[in-house]
Design a protein around this ligand. Structure first.
Ligand code: GLY
Length: 362
């Protein structure tokens, strides 16, 4: 069964399709209309391409696509403007014009970069997302945030461009390394804490299904998360308000990732960041300690890190002030109030931030 979730953005609305074996055999409704005999440039990485590049080419062929590709070495350290320049050259060589299409095939890194290439090539062309990691399926492939990192911090260069379609084939989770699966679970827990206490309770009650990779359960949870994200993005596409809640755990988390030179994965950073944010909320008496403990227990049950060791807390603090969610150097925090509710806080005192970071650093 294919579940369809609509991101409602007027003329820029699109569907997220979630189902098993979408890449092989299913006629994906609407794909032909998007591809329409265009040149399609597939952007992927060298972990994913050997597994799925051919299937994507086979999927696009009946829609008349003429395909070419850029394959990036896997890893956040390659999410750079230099890599994007390489894509542009490949795209010019392949004869892509303003009617051509980019297909993002991979996790968050190829997805964000392919979107950025699409947003900027010839002042903007269309693109499709085919996320292959859990994290990309539930978060980064939906909502139109695209970009690259600078040495100074994550995602400091970017653009908003909504995809034409998101194709989530849950069968791909079977080839996902366990560590990456767990990174995606951190983003799923995030949705529960920020907005959906029922989702959070469902996760608590189904830890076995999550840890044993029950694909049916995953499909329903992924669709659930996409619905939450679609609702938020439809209300606030460019993050002038409510969309910021999706950054819960990310202000601390991005700083942890940057300072670790990306040895800490994005979801791991988010997991540690959510714990720092919850500690801060508890010490400011904005959240009951029991709720913070529930969050930590769930993260631990899903084998996610909740502390970091071996890094200087001062460096984490410095990295955080360069975060693009800062306003005049003061970080904006999404603070949990209870399971299912957060608030956006701009005036947290530096001492309270430092205390939260130090408390989770060994
Ligand atoms: N990952 C946060 C957002 O898409 O807004």
């Amino acid at each position: 069964m294919i579940q369809k979730v609509k991101v409602d953005l007027g003329e820029r609305s699109y569907n997220i399709l979630v189902g098993e074996n979408l890449l092989s055999g299913n006629d994906i409704s609407g794909l032909k209309n998007i591809v329409k005999d265009r040149k399609c440039h597939i952007i992927s990485d060298d972990n994913v391409a050997p597994l799925y590049l051919n299937s994507v080419k086979i999927l696009l062929k009946p829609a008349g696509a003429i395909t070419s590709e850029s394959i990036l070495p896997a890893g956040e350290q390659n999410k750079t403007l230099e890599s994007i320049a390489g894509f542009y050259s490949d795209m010019v060589k392949a004869g892509l014009d303003r009617k051509s299409l980019i297909v993002a095939l991979g996790g968050g890194v190829p997805g964000d970069m392919a979107g950025f290439a699409a947003a900027t090539y010839m002042r903007g062309i269309k693109f499709i997302q085919i996320p292959t990691s859990l994290l990309a399926m539930v978060d980064s492939s939906v909502g139109g945030k695209t970009g690259v990192d600078l040495p100074e911090g994550k995602n400091l260069i970017g653009a908003f461009l909504q995809p034409e379609m998101v194709i989530i084939d849950t069968t791909m989770l079977k080839t996902l390394p366990e560590r990456e699966l767990r990174c995606g679970l951190a983003e799923i827990v995030k949705y529960g804490v920020i907005i959906d206490d029922k989702l959070f309770s469902r996760l608590e009650k189904n830890i076995d299904k999550l840890n044993s990779m029950d694909l049916n359960f995953y499909a329903s949870i992924i669709a659930e998360c996409c619905k939450v994200k679609a609702r938020i993005v439809s209300q606030d596409e460019k993050e002038s308000g409510i969309r910021a809640v999706l950054n819960y755990g990310h202000t601390f988390g991005h700083a942890v990732e940057t300072v670790s030179d990306y040895n800490v994965g994005h979801g791991e950073g988010v997991s540690i960041g959510m714990c720092m944010a919850a500690d801060m909320a508890v010490s400011l008496k904005l959240m009951e300690p029991e709720a913070a403990q529930r969050q930590e227990d769930l993260l631990l049950a899903l084998k996610l890190p909740t502390r970091i060791s071996g890094y200087d807390p001062e460096k984490i603090i410095a990295a955080m002030s360069r975060d693009k969610k800062s306003e005049n150097g003061t970080p904006v925090f999404i603070v949990p109030r209870r399971i299912g509710m957060v608030s956006i806080e701009k005036n947290i005192r530096r001492e309270d931030i430092i205390q939260a970071i130090r408390g989770r650093c060994d």
